[in-house]
Ligand binder design. Structure first.
Ligand code: NAD
Ligand code: UDP
Ligand code: UDP
Length: 383
């Protein structure tokens, strides 16, 4: 009887040599973790359109089969229900690692699992496990269940998930792209943010499972790059919106659009003067592919430099969907960054990439998708 860990450990010892595959020589095989989610499913569409073979790994925590249903039956597409916290054996050329509970509602729901998906500090857990075993031997207490409780929560996805995908990339010589986040800059003291800025993050706050999880994931990626020669790529993604966003995941664009369609007041947190820079999803997908196929490790900021206060965003949503919509102020959440705008000079120069879709052009492109899903939801409830 072999466990997944045994199988992966055996396979890891029988390492395969790196076989570089030039674009165009044969069809690239690509894994997209989190491919049933918002960004992942758009990326999968574009990779399939380009003629690649795509394997999606997703545990459907926030992702939906509906986002991929149009590829079912296509022999170049495969969907695996799997939690990246567990090891997996595959043979592919590129790994886009997106799997992560990415909205505040979801990552605050299970913070420990969120951070481990990025980068559990393995040594810490080994030391912890040895300590528990010692306790068990000396005091005769069985703390095994406690270890599993700790390992089985949301911090996991960011540490264990990233570690497993890097281990996979190392064994098969695949290129690995990490979708990190502008949240690594925390509540930034530099504005706009360049990739050289180290950030201002509260390491013990409610958001830290996400911020620190992604920061650790970046560390792991760079360690595998320097120490094991894995070809890594790091994208720092700024707020992105578009069709297929989760309806009720608490992000500001999806909240405002859904509220305007449902004829509910738009909920502005705090005084609404905090800023964000919003990027349309097709621009992000183009940036991710340019990064993966280019020669530079990064990190690269991928975002739209157009900066809006939340009150300005509410006005654009009103103009786009319902000019009679009202605004309701609510208390803000803890540690909310006051401002955020990417400096994208590095991506412009080295990836020849910049966003093309402005907020006023992009917002209308997600409205009919939201309208249809809200209508279906209401019909499901018999409304
Ligand atoms: P999403 O929630 O729509 O997609 C995440 C996907 O990962 C979902 O399909 C979910 O089911 C899957 N997933 C979560 N935990 C998993 C696990 N343990 N094993 C396997 N699958 C798992 O989020 P998104 O907006 O598409 O974000 C994709 C990536 O981009 C994330 O890594 C996120 O941190 C990053 N990002 C997104 C934004 C944004 O504005 N959308 C900004 C910065 C970074
Ligand atoms: N791993 C995986 N698939 C593989 C190779 C490795 O899931 O094809 C996992 C493996 O189980 C381990 C992690 O990736 O948990 C890191 O692997 P690595 O070989 O770098 O480290 P080690 O197993 O030597 O600690
Ligand atoms: N926000 C808001 N109303 C909402 C949801 C969020 O005013 O209904 C604010 C939130 O306080 C933050 C900004 O919008 O200042 C962006 O929040 P989001 O969760 O979308 O992204 P992030 O904070 O991760 O950049």
């Amino acid at each position: 009887f072999s466990t997944a860990h045994d199988l992966v450990s055996k396979a890891t010892h029988a390492k395969v040599g790196r076989v570089p595959v030039a674009l165009g020589q044969r069809r690239l095989r690509i894994v997209v973790t989190g491919g049933a989610g918002f960004v992942g499913s758009h990326l999968v569409d574009k990779l399939i359109d380009r003629g690649n073979d795509v394997i999606v790994i997703d545990n459907f925590f926030t992702g939906r089969k509906d986002n991929l249903v149009h590829h079912f039956g296509n022999p170049r597409f495969e969907l695996i229900r799997h939690d990246v916290v567990e090891p997996i054996l595959l043979e592919v050329d590129q790994i886009y690692h997106l799997a992560c509970p990415a909205s505040p509602v979801h990552y605050k729901y299970n913070p420990v699992k969120t951070i481990i998906s990025f980068s559990i500090n393995y040594t810490f857990f080994l030391v912890f496990a040895v300590f528990i075993e010692f306790w068990h031997l000396v005091f005769g207490l069985n703390y095994e269940n406690l270890v599993f409780e700790v390992l089985d929560c949301d911090y996991k996805t960011n540490v264990m998930g990233t570690l497993n995908m890097l281990g996979l990339a190392k064994r098969i010589g695949a290129r690995f792209l990490l979708t990190s986040t502008s949240e690594v800059y925390g509540d930034p003291l530099e504005h706009p943010q360049k990739e050289t800025y180290w950030g201002n993050v509260n390491p013990i706050g409610e958001r830290s499972c996400y911020d620190e999880g992604k920061r650790t994931a970046e560390t792991l990626a760079m360690d595998y790059h320097r120490g094991a020669d894995v070809e890594v790529r790091i994208a720092r993604i700024f707020n992105t919106y578009g069709p297929r966003m989760c309806l009720d995941d608490g992000r500001v664009v999806s909240n405002f659009v859904a509220q305007a369609i449902r004829k509910q007041p738009l909920t502005v947190y705090g005084d609404g003067k905090q800023t964000r820079s919003f990027q349309y999803v097709s621009d992000l997908v183009n940036g991710l592919m340019a990064l993966m196929d280019g020669e530079h490790v990064g990190p690269f900021n991928l975002g739209n430099p157009g900066e809006f206060t939340m009150l300005e965003l509410a006005e654009v949503v009103k103009e786009t969907i319902d000019s009679s919509a009202t605004i309701e102020f609510r208390p803000n959440t803890a540690d909310d960054p006051h401002k955020r705008r990417p400096d994208i000079s590095k991506a412009k120069e080295l990836l020849n990439w910049e966003p093309k879709v402005s907020l006023r052009e992009g917002l209308p492109l997600m409205v009919s998708d939201f309208q249809n899903r809200i209508l279906n939801e209401d019909e499901g409830k018999g409304i």
